[in-house]
Design a protein around this ligand. Structure first.
Ligand code: PLP
Length: 365
């Protein structure tokens, strides 16, 4: 690692592959002899059209996205999707089914409730969101307009290893594990995620939507809020976040050079296993989560959770780690504790450095 950069465990915006940042730097003032920066280029120019096409083609290839699905480059982040999904697909008297697994599904649920009614096919709140449901624990509503889950719970640190099959169109928030592993797109009618965790800078949302599902959306809402407008205009209904799309394209090229999603998954498993092992072998670190539900992207843990001074020790851990160039280890403000976010671009050396630091901190007391 060069340039005085440190190990960045931030949950998002998060670490980007260094080779991608280097390309951005080199092309900042003059993109491929065009005489201008990507940021200064019309979104309808030939150059940018090529970038958009290439980025979509790469996404399709990496995830094996079928032709009857649209790939949309949108703005507003995952939170915008929480609102946009119910206004398109839910209406008064209709029901949306939620697999409620944490902080982000709670936000999605409260937005859906503004539009129609909601049923909890699974409610993890009673057990503190420490475990994800198995297929038989989810009680789907057979006539729901759609069902909704979050693939990776960024804050609580849980992740579906296998996706359940729903009887109604399944929608997934994949903000924090998009492109971290292969999965079957055909299981879903709509998938979305903000780019800022695994795919690029903030300001860009990648949506993958089944075209016939998009057509089921109501036309009684402003055109901008309808998915079909963005599908029919090829993500250029208005000006898309061009620089962020370009950056995502570079990240996807990088992913392909790493061997694609199957290799990425293997690396992500190795990285996460190193930290979970360090936790299991220690006397002071505890992971509060069911072993079968633990995330490969966000490793959540605590230090001596039963001790009265637990929080103080954790604060000291964060401060000392920071001094060693290990940044962003504080848990989300909603639940406290510690969290190491280790998305695709986070290097294995950083994981080793964290594990060494954890052992050293425990020994020193
Ligand atoms: C970060 C995150 C969000 C919020 O994303 P924004 O782009 O800030 O709206 C939603 N869901 C999940 C799973 C996340 O990790």
């Amino acid at each position: 690692m060069g340039y005085g950069r440190i190990h960045n465990f931030s949950a998002g915006p998060a670490a980007l592959p260094e080779p991608v940042l280097e390309v951005l730097r080199d092309e900042m003032l003059n993109y491929k002899n065009s005489g201008m920066s990507i940021m200064e280029m019309s979104h309808r120019s030939k150059e940018f059209s090529k970038i958009l096409e290439k980025t979509e083609a790469l996404a399709r290839k990496l995830l094996a996205i079928p032709d009857d699905y649209a790939v949309l480059f949108m703005q507003g982040g995952a939170s915008h999707q929480f609102a946009m999904i119910p206004v398109n697909f839910l209406s008064e008297g209709k029901k949306a089914d939620f697999v409620h697994t944490g902080y982000w599904t709670k936000k999605a649920i409260s937005e859906a409730k503004k539009v129609g009614s909601v049923s909890l096919a699974f409610d993890g709140e009673k057990s503190g969101f420490v475990k994800l449901p198995g297929a038989t624990e989810i009680k789907w509503t057979p006539d729901a307009a759609y069902s909704f889950l979050c693939s990776n719970n960024t804050i609580y640190g849980t992740q579906f290893k296998q996706f359940p099959t729903a009887p109604t169109p399944l929608i997934a928030d994949m903000s924090s594990d998009y492109f971290s592993r292969p999965f079957d797109v055909k299981k879903f009618s709509l998938i979305f995620g903000g780019a800022q965790k695994n795919l690029g800078p903030s300001g860009l949302t990648l949506v993958i939507a089944k075209k016939d599902f998009v057509e089921k959306g109501t036309e009684k809402i402003p055109v901008f809020f309808q998915y079909r407008s963005h599908v029919s205009e090829g993500s250029r209904y208005n000006t898309p976040p061009t620089f962020a799309i370009y950056t995502m394209g570079l990240v996807l090229e990088w992913l392909e050079r790493q061997g694609g999603l199957a290799s990425m998954e293997k690396r992500n498993q190795e990285k996460a296993a190193m930290i979970y092992d360090t936790i299991e072998r220690s006397q002071i670190y505890k992971c509060p989560l069911d072993p079968g539900s633990r995330s490969l992207m966000n490793v959540v843990f605590k230090i001596k959770p039963d001790a009265p001074d637990s929080e103080k020790i954790e604060d000291r851990f964060v401060a000392e780690a920071e001094k060693k160039g290990l940044s962003g280890l504080k848990g989300h403000r909603a639940i406290g504790g510690l969290r190491a976010s280790i998305y695709n671009a986070f290097p294995i050396e950083g994981v080793k450095a964290l594990c060494d630091f954890m052992r050293e901190f425990e020994k020193k007391g």
